[in-house]
Write a protein that binds this ligand. Structure first.
Ligand SMILES: Cc1ncc(COP(=O)(O)O)c(CN[C@](O)(C(=O)O)[C@@H](O)C(=O)O)c1O
Length: 409
């Protein structure tokens, strides 16, 4: 049997541990600001109205069954997912430079991409170190180390301004060995809520081009950040137009509310070249080998729901409306929390709460303050002071502001 020195007790996952602690808390005024999942103004999960409609269509389809999907997944999903992220008129799509594989949501896409790079990123000039933003989504570290890729970090968050440490980020990426892998959050950075401006993205594209770095985009919040699908994909499209070879992990967990259905896609984009389409075909064939051994083929239900919405113009328009509802409510909560803290005269500045974008606010609260909020006020957030803004609503935002005010004083 496995002795403890061989299989030591692993620490509980911070985020899922927090979720468990929240659920176990009997307090009537507990507040969940932990997991990055949308909640409506009644603190309930929200099944998007358009998802309910698609669900009806699936369930009323007399031909519906539970057969295997192809290894690369549901083609009617992956083709539309590629258009969603790259833009229907993307030259990369026209030149057949994109290989798309349906994945087990964003995490599965990140893993498939990491596995592919671990196996094949050995070309001349490749440096196999994966640069992750500091801070980044907690799971990124283990996803890449699990496949044997070394990781490093680039500065990202400036504590004093609570904004982007752009100079620090550029310096580290400039000093990194040429051809390094760089993981970039396409929009709505997790956990900071801080995104580069379009001008800063342009500078980063130029720097990464000069360094011949390999961009690995993680997009888990498209449409969720600004409410505009195209705007939230603009960083990726900028890099594709700049002629990068790159990969994208695309999650439909948040923007479709399909969290537990594990719907997502992995995309590889070849750099423009006469042989690009042929390269893409070879890459797709190797991705299929990896996918087959990892999951054989992806889950069908969530894929069908997302595909029905993406392929029907009327449903697509309704989905955009649902996205505006979610992003709009989060933006409203940002404004309310900030103004209440300012009304209370809570020490410090709070403009970052409305300057930041997407699901999270990186409050700047210290770990002792976070623990005090949990123990004394039953308010749950990750130790790094990240608040999932969708956990706020018109009933608890005052309570949370007052509690933050108490622990900060
Ligand atoms: C940047 C980023 N990338 C990928 C994912 C993967 O998401 P999925 O595999 O479900 O598509 C998340 C989700 N992160 C969380 O929202 C979060 O609270 O950070 C949470 O769902 C999680 O799993 O941690 C994320 O924040």
């Amino acid at each position: 049997s496995f002795p403890a020195e061989v299989v030591p007790q692993a620490p509980e996952d911070p985020l899922f541990g927090l979720m468990r602690a929240y659920k176990a808390d009997p307090s009537p005024n507990k507040v969940d600001l932990g997991i990055g999942a949308y909640r409506d103004d009644n603190a309930k999960p929200w099944v998007l109205p358009v998802v309910k409609k698609a669900d009806e269509i699936v369930r009323n389809d007399p031909e519906a069954n539970h057969e295997y999907l192809p290894i690369a997944g549901l083609a009617s999903l992956t083709s539309k997912a590629a258009e969603l992220v790259f833009g229907a008129s993307s030259p990369a799509l026209a030149e057949k430079r994109v290989a798309s594989v349906q994945a087990i949501s964003g995490t599965g896409a990140l893993h498939l991409g990491a596995l592919f790079l671990a196996k094949f990123y050995k070309i001349a000039g490749a440096n196999r170190t994966v640069y992750l933003s500091n801070p980044t989504w907690a799971n990124h570290h283990q996803i890449f180390t699990n496949v044997g890729l070394p990781i490093a970090s680039y500065p990202y968050f400036d504590k004093s301004t609570r904004g982007l440490d752009f100079e620090g980020m550029k310096a580290t990426l400039r000093d990194a060995p040429d051809g390094s892998i760089v993981v970039l959050h396409a929009c709505a950075h997790n956990p900071t809520g801080v995104d580069p401006s379009p001008e800063q993205w342009a500078e980063l594209a130029q720097l990464l081009k000069e360094k011949r770095h390999f961009p690995f985009f993680d997009t888990a919040y498209q449409g969720f950040a600004s409410g505009d699908l195209d705007r939230d994909a603009s960083s990726i499209r900028l890099f594709v137009e700049a002629g990068f070879e790159l990969v994208v992990a695309q999650s439909f967990a948040k923007n479709f509310g399909l969290y537990g259905q594990r719907a997502g896609c992995f995309h590889y984009v070849a750099a423009p070249a006469p042989s690009a389409a042929e390269t893409t075909t070879r890459v797709a064939s190797q991705l299929a080998i990896l996918q087959r051994s990892e999951i054989s083929n992806p889950p069908i239900y969530g894929a069908k729901i997302a595909s029905i919405v993406l392929n029907d113009p009327a449903l697509f328009a309704e989905w955009q409306d649902n996205l505006r509802t979610m992003s709009g409510r989060i933006i409203d909560m940002r404004k309310q929390l900030r103004s209440k803290l300012e009304e209370l005269g809570t020490p410090g500045t709070w403009n970052h709460i409305t300057d930041q974008i997407g699901m999270f606010s990186f409050t700047g609260l210290t770990e002792p303050q976070v623990l005090k909020l949990r123990e004394e006020y039953h308010i749950y957030m990750t130790k790094n002071g990240r608040i999932s803004m969708a956990g706020l609503n018109s009933r608890n935002v005052e309570y949370v502001a007052k509690a933050v005010d108490k622990v900060v004083r």
